[in-house]
Design a protein around this ligand. Structure first.
Ligand code: NAP
Length: 269
């Protein structure tokens, strides 16, 4: 069901060839946005565009590495040239190839940290840097960056990822403060565990059961859950919301840590 909440808007979405970014591109296009579907994965971006066009939406694919500033500059120029400007920026690109190497801080490998931070954090810096002048020229715009629950509730592993995602919050609030008076809104979506290609194989069956046990919801998250939150943040209804972190975690971070143990003691499983 679409209510045309983004009609007339042009949107640039990174990481839109997979998972949450792809779901966001689908939903934004359904809501009337013209979407540049950007991803390192050219085939993924093309598949998202094909889906959108099949539904009658407007989208263009673009292959770019968000950790490369020159490529990001080209990407933003493409979006502006193709759709006559830029109103909405959404950052979902994330480097999952470093997961097995992103372990204990005492063994931190500079190259691994750089690979994680350069995509998940600097990608957001570069896209904002190049998009902001265009948005300011139009009198405003909306940016949403993907953080994660892990940004402030880290797992035992993935310290570089946790650091990147914490950094995304600081960056987004900085943009909100610096440019809010000029009509720019910059918010954050912070997903809990979402079943997506990005998390495929990340958790064992037993770990997935533990995740489900820690949900204050009857299921794990889906890419659409985050995309719909992002739609709200990008929509006119969120006009007075700036520098906000919208947690989309099925209530995982809402309760005291001992609740599952108490439930087990009470025989609730
Ligand atoms: P995903 O399925 O792995 O999608 C991420 C996309 O980013 C992939 O298509 C990937 O391409 C692309 N990408 C990787 N490096 C890139 C680069 N340098 N430049 C441009 N694109 C690049 O991820 P997801 O699970 O949907 O997550 C989306 C966002 O939400 C991420 O920022 C993630 O950290 C965050 N998040 C996800 C969860 C979750 O449980 N899924 C939880 C919290 C936060 P390749 O396939 O070629 O690598």
């Amino acid at each position: 069901m679409s209510s045309g909440r983004l009609t007339g808007r042009s949107a640039l979405i990174t990481g839109a060839g997979s998972g949450i970014g792809a779901a966001t591109a689908d939903i934004f296009a359904r809501e009337g946005a013209r979407v540049v579907v950007a991803d390192l994965d050219k085939a993924g971006a093309a598949a998202t565009v094909e889906r959108i066009r099949d539904e009658g939406g407007v989208a263009e694919p673009y292959a770019a590495d968000v950790s490369d500033e020159a490529e990001v500059e080209g990407l933003v120029e493409f979006a502006v040239r193709t759709f006559g400007g830029l109103d909405v920026l959404q950052n979902y690109a994330s480097n999952r190839t470093v997961v097995p190497e992103d372990v204990a801080v005492a063994g931190a490998d500079a190259a691994v940290w750089t690979r994680q931070l350069s995509v998940d954090l600097m990608g957001c810096v570069f896209t904002a840097k190049h998009a902001l002048p265009h948005m300011l020229r139009r009198g405003g715009g909306s940016i949403t960056n993907a953080s994660s629950l892990v940004g402030w509730l880290p797992l035992e592993s993935r310290p570089a990822y946790a650091t990147a995602k914490a950094g995304v919050i600081g960056l987004s609030k900085s943009i909100a403060v610096e440019y809010g008076r000029q009509g720019i809104r910059c918010n954050v979506v912070a997903p809990g565990p979402i079943v997506s290609p990005g998390t495929e194989g990340m958790y064992t069956a037993e770990q997935t059961e533990v995740l489900a046990e820690h949900m204050a919801a009857p299921r794990l998250g889906r890419p659409d859950d985050v995309a719909l939150a992002a739609l709200f943040l990008a929509s006119p209804e969120a006009a007075f919301i700036n520098g906000h972190v919208l947690v989309v975690d099925g209530g995982m971070s809402a309760y005291a840590p001992m609740v599952p143990s108490f439930r087990r003691l009470a025989g609730e499983g």
